[in-house]
Write a protein that binds this ligand. Structure first.
Ligand code: NAD
Length: 256
């Protein structure tokens, strides 16, 4: 039961972040949603979660590519017992053609943001006497693929940051872990299916199985609900001695 705890989830107006926010709210936590936009529908998501789960929910705009805004997000949240660093973007290109500004943006959003939010949140966790840092890495935090240099460097980096955070909090009731998802069916991934079907001249099932899930032995997408459930588990007492490690939710990807 997470009632009385406040969870801040970066990049949570869609996909995995939103799934995690919903699951933590259903477990009783007050939640702070975030992205870089400030639209009515962003705030409406928070209102919907508050109504469905019966918790407090807020949406705070902050751009995770900027260190000062990362720190301000935690400050504005006021409390941060559970920090979920989830905001992330992708760009696919060979290293010698990789746009410099894409490299910088991916390192900032997918890696440095977690440094800034963690730095701002640890003092609040220490004051509260309890804390959970959950970083959303990737199977690409443990293995590589071509053409995703910035993403893979950032995801390997966040696994390292997770380990360091765990060691610096090891004697306190605070844990830090990384979830490493394989392919998760989010709106972002769903949107790629029609293009892949056209490019490979395959039907939906075949393109999902043979192209998109080529490296996921289960041949099934993981779900945002499963990411939320894994995150909620890391917040239980059963997980109190799980720290500084990675949990793969990847249908066997990293066993290959
Ligand atoms: P998504 O695009 O649905 O979600 C990304 C979230 O980050 C969105 O809410 C977006 O608004 C937010 N975001 C982007 N730039 C931001 C910025 N500058 N400031 C604040 N928020 C920003 O994608 P997703 O699939 O849900 O991805 C979420 C996380 O999970 C990412 O870190 C991603 O790398 C990781 N992941 C996804 C998969 C997958 O298959 N979908 C697999 C492994 C890891």
């Amino acid at each position: 039961d997470l009632s009385g705890k406040t969870a801040v989830i970066t990049g949570s107006n869609s996909g995995i972040g939103l799934g995690i926010a919903r699951e933590l709210a259903m477990a009783g936590a007050d939640v702070v949603l975030n992205s870089f936009t400030d639209r009515d529908e962003d705030h409406a998501l928070a209102e919907e979660i508050a109504n469905v789960a019966g918790v407090k929910a807020r949406y705070i705009k902050a751009d995770m590519s900027k260190g000062a805004e990362c720190r301000k997000l935690i400050e504005e949240a006021g409390a941060c017992d559970i920090l979920v660093n989830n905001a992330g973007i992708q760009h696919v290109a060979p290293i010698d053609e990789f746009p410099e500004e894409k490299w910088d943006a991916i390192i900032a959003i997918n890696l440095s943001s977690a440094f800034h939010t963690t730095a701002a949140a640890l003092p609040l966790m220490r004051k509260a006497g309890w804390g959970r840092v959950v970083n959303i890495a990737s199977a690409h935090g443990l293995t590589a693929s071509p053409y995703k240099s910035a993403y893979i460097a950032a995801k390997h980096g966040i696994v390292g940051l997770t380990k360091t955070t765990a060691l610096e909090t090891a004697e306190e009731p605070i844990t830090a872990n990384a979830i490493c998802p394989g392919y998760v069916l989010t709106p972002l991934v769903e949107a790629q299916i029609p293009d892949q079907m056209k490019a490979h001249d395959m039907d939906r099932d075949t393109v999902v199985r043979e192209v998109m899930l080529a490296r996921q032995p289960s041949k099934e997408f993981a779900t945002v609900e499963q990411m939320g459930g894994t995150c909620a588990f890391l917040c239980t007492d059963a997980a109190a001695q799980i720290t500084g490690t990675t949990i793969s939710v990847d249908g066997g990807w990293t066993a290959l």
